[in-house]
Ligand binder design. Structure first.
Ligand code: FAD
Length: 415
């Protein structure tokens, strides 16, 4: 198999790839022998690894979720730093495919304190979003350190210990804001397909010119799959495989769809009846926005059933064997928390938390999780509502510590 993809790439159903459930949670106790191997020894004296810097709070990830928390920490005059592995703020957007535009109009794509600088109905392209994030960090003078990929997050019994490059950082609080879309998901069947078929995940697709000549099969008929299919169908034969996740019109009763749905998304919390209903529905995939089945047919895209099997190295979709020269996997993502060496994940491999406050480790927080508290939590315009709550919890914890009422420096693994 030749998948040009980010490392690490998660191939579904492969027990050897993608450790998602914390071994600690499975084993029911904190024992280093249960932890996955590290790229270096945490027993190496810190003095030999470089400078140890201390902050009250470390935010890991400087995308929209980390910057929004940073905005509130800065307005609180908190002592903090934001660490990001990329070389430029906004790179997670810059890396996405060239023609990508937001499905949320500018009016609903602003971070706290700085509206998106475009007419309300404008659908920003991915580079406009990246530049907006850069300007946001500049405007609020946020202390972002770039090229600082965090390799491990641990706790030494007194403080959190963060290893990034050859730097060691320590803090009383940590906010994990590394994004919900980190590890491309690719079905295990990809490994059985003929090596002549070029395979790429949507996260590594940029434009039609980068693909080998010939017909393309897109697997996954959600927003990404449909958008890329429409782009490729202008110049070549395209199949789009998968169930339709349903469709919402771009405009409704003369207004943008988000003029109607945003108030609901922003208000319906995940513990409300409506929130629970929509969250459950989303397990079947997010509805496509503005791309009905008719538009796909009109563009000459061949709709086929789910990719269920392989025959002679060819993908079988429904009951048809297809001969593409390229497959683009539009099959989604998982978060990546393998670098967190603390028992933060539940049995489903997701952070156990309440409104972004870790249920397992005192002083640990999350920002930007999908459905963190609202249906809009992982969207640009929604992340601020959770960020203000998380920053307030951090402020409260810090002032309790200052008053000497509760030590903040001990790890407390909650039952
Ligand atoms: C194709 C696509 C289209 C989308 N369209 C929209 C849209 O129209 N509107 C909308 O509101 N939302 C949209 N989203 C959802 C969401 O807004 C984006 O995924 C957004 O990038 C999430 O922001 P984030 O800050 O949570 O994560 P990211 O943008 O992924 O940022 C995470 C940051 O953490 C850093 N990082 C990761 N791991 C580490 C580490 N170990 N150490 C240090 N740094 C690390 C990364 O370098 C990155 O800068 C879209 C998502 C996708 C995938």
């Amino acid at each position: 198999m030749r998948i040009k993809g980010s490392d690490p790439l998660k191939v579904d159903s492969d027990p050897n790839v993608g450790l998602q459930v914390s071994p600690f949670v499975q084993a029911g106790g904190l024992s280093r022998s249960h932890l996955p191997p590290m790229p270096f020894s945490t027993d190496t004296p810190r003095s030999r690894l470089g400078r140890v810097e201390r902050f009250e709070t470390i935010v890991i990830g400087g995308g929209q979720a980390g910057l929004a928390v940073g905005h509130y920490l800065a307005s609180d005059d908190a002592d903090f730093v934001i660490l990001d592995g990329a070389s430029r703020i906004g790179d997670s957007w810059r890396r996405r495919w060239d023609s990508l535009r937001l499905f949320t109009p500018a009016a609903y794509s602003g971070l706290p304190g700085m509206p998106f600088p475009a007419p309300p109905a404008h659908l920003p392209d991915k580079d406009e979003v990246a530049d907006y994030l850069t300007r946001y960090a500049e405007r609020f003078d946020l202390p972002v350190r770039l090229d600082a990929a965090v390799r491990s997050l641990d706790h030494d019994g007194g403080r959190f210990v963060v290893h990034a490059g050859d730097h060691v950082y320590e803090s009383d609080q940590v906010v994990v804001a590394t994004g919900p879309f980190q590890r491309p998901k690719v079905p295990a069947i990809s490994r059985r397909l003929a090596p002549e078929i070029h395979q790429v995940h949507s996260s590594d697709y940029h434009n039609p010119l980068e693909l080998p000549d010939g017909p393309v099969l897109l697997v996954g008929a959600g927003n990404s799959g449909a958008q890329i299919a429409l782009e490729l169908a202008r110049s070549r034969k395209v199949w789009l495989a998968g169930r339709s996740p349903g469709y919402l019109p771009r405009r409704l009763f003369g207004r943008d769809l988000f003029d109607w749905v945003w108030p609901v998304m922003n208000r319906a919390t995940t513990d409300s009846v409506l929130g629970r209903h929509i969250r459950k529905r989303s397990q079947r995939g997010d509805q496509r926005i503005g791309i009905p089945e008719g538009a796909l047919a009109g563009a000459g895209i061949n709709r086929v059933g789910r990719l269920v099997d392989e025959r002679g190295g060819l993908p079988v979709c429904g009951d048809i064997a297809i001969e593409p020269s390229t497959i683009v996997w539009c099959t989604g993502f998982d978060p990546d928390y393998r670098w967190i060496r603390l028992p933060v994940l539940n049995e489903r491999g997701k952070p156990s938390h309440r409104r972004g406050i870790s249920s397992a480790v005192n002083g640990l927080y999350f920002s930007g999780l999908r459905f963190q508290y609202r249906l809009s939590s992982s969207l640009i315009g929604g992340v601020g509502e959770d960020a203000v709550f998380v920053a307030a919890q951090i402020g409260r914890r810090a002032s309790i510590a200052e008053s000497g009422r509760t030590p903040t420096t001990s790890i407390a693994v909650r039952a």
